[in-house]
Design a protein around this ligand. Structure first.
Ligand code: NAD
Length: 493
C-alpha cells in the first residue's frame, strides 16, 4: 500500500470515528510542542540553528535531532519522502567527491568501489516499505501501523562511513525518525561533510535543519552520552564485536549489525569458472572490507586444483607456501601459546583494506598491474581462515566431503550468523549448509553482494543486523507496531 493509501485510510477511519461519536472530523493531531510533550527534559532548542547537523557536543546533537523529529512529525509522510529523495539523489551526485574524501581520510579500500557504494544508495527502500496491515471481520476493522520511535542513536564503521550513514538516514527517516551519529573516529570528517550537505538540502526543501546529526569528534565518552540521552529511544550499531557488546550493555534496545567472517564452500557440482569469478568479485570488493565478503574458501579436494586454476585464469594470483608465510608474518601479530594450538593472531591494521600490491610486496612477489586478489592454500586453522582479516587475499582449504566442508565453515564463521556462501548444484549440499550455518545471508552460486540486491534479488542496506536478528535493515526495522481497532463498524459487506 502506498503512502497515499495509508493517508487515505487514516482519513477514512478518522472520519468514521468522528461520525460515530457525532463530533467534527478530526484533523491530524498537531505534533507536540518541541519542549512540552517530548518526554525529554532537555531544552529542545540549544543553539542548534545554523549547525546543519554537525555538533561538537553529544547532548546538543541529540536534542537537535529530537527537535527535528518533532518537526518531521508535522511534515508528515510528504516530508519523509522528500528526505529520502534528497539523500538518494545527493549520494549519487556526490559519489566521486565523497568517495575520494572517504578514501583520503581512512586510507582503506578502493576508490571505484567507494564511489559505487554511494551510487547504489538508491537501492535502499523508502517510505513505500511501510505498508500497514489490516484485518476486517464480524467485529469491525483493525489497522496495524509502523510508527516511529523518535531519535535513533547510530554508530558507523570505518569500512563504509558515508555509505552506511546515508543508507541509515534513508531507512531511519523513511520510518519517521531522526538520527544522531557517533561515527568511527577515523572516518568522522568525511561523515560530517555528508551530514552537513544533507541537512542543508533538507532544510531548503522542508525547513527541518537537523534530521540527521553527527558528533564531530566522536569518542567513547560521546558514545556513552548519546546512548544515555533520554531522547535516544533505540540504537543502531554497525561494527565489530566491541561496539556490539557495548551497545548491548547500555540497557537500551540495540539493533546490532555485527562482525562476520563469511566462509565459502565449493563442491564438484559447481561450475568452477563461475565460482572462481564470483569469489574474485566478492573478495576483492573494496579490498575485502565488506562484512559479507568472501573471507575463506573450503573446496572439495577433488575440485580444489580446478578451482585454483580458474582463479588464476581469471586474474587472481596464487602465492607459494613461502610467500604465504612471509605475508602471514607481516599481516598478523601472533602470540604463541594463546588461543589454541597456533597461538593468538591479531590482524595488523596496516594491511586492512590495502591494495593487493601492498600484500604482494610483503609476500615478496611481483604481481601484474590490476591484480584484484591474491590466494593461497592453507590449513583450516590458519590465521587467514580464523580471523576476520578484511584484505584482498583468500585462503583455500581442501576438505574431503560435504560434512567436513560444512563443519569447517561453521567453525570459521564463529557463530556470528552473518553470511555464508556456497557454490554447488547439489540440493542436499545447499540445504545442509543453509541449515547448519544458520546465517542471516546465505548466498548460492553468486558473489557476496548478490545478497544485498547487487546481481541477486533483494534490496540494499549497509547495516545487516546479525546478532539481534533484524536482518538486512529497512525502514520497518526502525518502527513500533501500533494497533488501531474499530469495533463492530466500517466493514461494508
Ligand atoms: P569497529 O568495531 O572498529 O568500529 C565500529 C564502530 O564502533 C566505530 O564507530 C567505533 O568507533 C565504534 N566502537 C568500537 N568499539 C567500541 C566500543 N567498545 N564502544 C563504543 N563504540 C565502539 O569496526 P570497523 O573497523 O569500523 O568496521 C569493521 C567491522 O564492522 C567488521 O567487524 C565488520 O564485519 C563489521 N561490519 C558489520 C556490518 C554489518 O552490517 N553487520 C557492516 C559493516 C561492518
Amino acid at each position: 500500500m502506498s503512502a497515499v493509501n495509508e493517508t487515505l485510510i487514516r482519513d477514512v477511519v478518522a472520519d468514521v470515528l468522528a461520525r460515530l461519536g457525532n463530533v467534527p472530523a478530526a484533523k491530524p493531531a498537531p505534533a507536540p510542542a518541541a519542549k512540552a510533550d517530548c518526554g525529554c527534559n532537555r531544552p529542545a532548542t540549544t543553539g542548534a540553528r545554523g549547525k546543519f547537523g554537525v555538533f561538537a557536543d553529544a547532548n546538543e546533537a541529540c536534542a537537535a535531532a529530537h527537535e527535528s523529529f518533532l518537526q518531521l512529525q508535522k511534515g508528515g509522510i510528504a516530508a519523509r519522502v522528500k528526505i529520502v529523495e534528497i539523500v538518494k539523489a545527493m549520494a549519487e551526485a556526490n559519489a566521486e567527491v565523497w568517495g575520494k574524501l572517504e578514501l583520503d581520510e581512512t586510507k582503506i579500500g578502493r576508490l571505484d568501489h567507494k564511489i559505487e557504494k554511494l551510487k547504489i544508495i538508491k537501492l535502499v527502500p523508502g517510505v513505500e516499505w511501510l505498508r500497514p496491515d489490516a484485518r476486517s471481520g464480524d467485529h469491525g476493522i483493525t489497522l496495524e501501523e509502523y510508527t516511529p520511535f523518535g531519535v535513533v542513536g547510530a554508530v558507523t564503521p570505518s569500512t563504509h562511513s558515508i555509505p552506511t550513514l546515508s543508507g541509515n538516514i534513508v531507512n531511519i527517516c523513511a520510518a519517521g525518525n531522526a538520527v544522531v551519529f557517533n561515527p568511527h573516529p577515523s572516518a568522522a570528517r568525511c561523515a560530517a561533510v555528508a551530514v552537513r550537505a544533507y541537512n542543508e538540502a533538507i532544510f531548503r526543501e522542508t525547513g527541518i535543519e537537523n534530521i540527521a546529526t553527527i558528533i564531530e569528534k566522536p569518542s567513547m565518552e560521546s558514545f556513552n552520552t548519546m546512548c544515555k540521552h533520554e531522547a535516544v529511544r533505540i540504537l543502531l550499531v554497525t561494527g565489530g564485536p566491541g561496539v556490539v557488546k557495548a551497545a548491548m550493555q547500555t540497557g537500551k534496545r540495540a539493533i546490532c549489525a555485527g562482525p562476520g567472517n563469511p566462509p565459502v564452500y565449493v563442491d564438484d557440482t559447481a561450475c568452477m569458472k563461475r565460482a572462481a569469478k564470483a569469489i574474485i568479485q566478492g573478495a576483492s570488493y573494496d579490498n575485502n572490507l565488506l562484512c559479507i565478503g568472501e573471507k575463506e574458501i573450503f573446496a572439495l579436494e577433488s575440485i580444489a586444483d580446478k578451482l585454483m586454476e580458474q582463479m588464476s585464469l581469471n586474474g587472481a594470483v596464487k602465492l607459494t607456501n613461502a610467500q604465504l608465510d612471509a605475508l602471514t608474518k607481516a599481516a598478523f601479530t601472533i602470540t604463541p601459546g594463546q588461543g589454541g594450538g597456533c597461538g593468538h593472531a591479531a590482524v595488523n591494521k596496516d594491511f586492512i583494506g590495502k591494495d593487493p600490491i601492498v600484500l604482494a610486496r610483503a609476500a615478496g612477489v611481483n604481481i601484474p598491474a590490476g591484480t584484484q586478489l591474491l590466494f593461497a592454500e592453507t590449513g583450516a586453522d590458519h590465521p587467514f581462515v580464523v580471523e576476520e582479516q578484511m584484505m584482498p587475499f583468500v585462503p583455500i582449504t581442501r576438505v574431503r566431503n560435504l560434512e567436513e566442508g560444512v563443519a569447517r565453515a561453521l567453525e570459521a564463521e564463529h557463530g556470528y550468523k552473518h553470511t555464508s556462501i556456497i557454490h554447488s548444484h547439489d540440493l542436499e549440499a545447499l540445504t545442509a549448509m543453509g541449515r547448519s550455518l544458520d546465517t542471516t545471508l546465505f548466498i548460492k552460486n553468486g558473489p557476496c553482494m548478490a545478497g544485498l540486491g547487487l546481481g541477486g534479488e533483494g534490496y540494499l542496506s549497509f547495516s545487516i543486523a546479525t546478532p539481534t536478528g533484524e536482518g538486512v535493515s529497512n525502514p520497518r526495522t526502525f518502527t513500533r507496531v501500533r494497533r488501531c481497532v474499530l469495533v463492530d463498524n466500517l466493514r461494508i459487506y
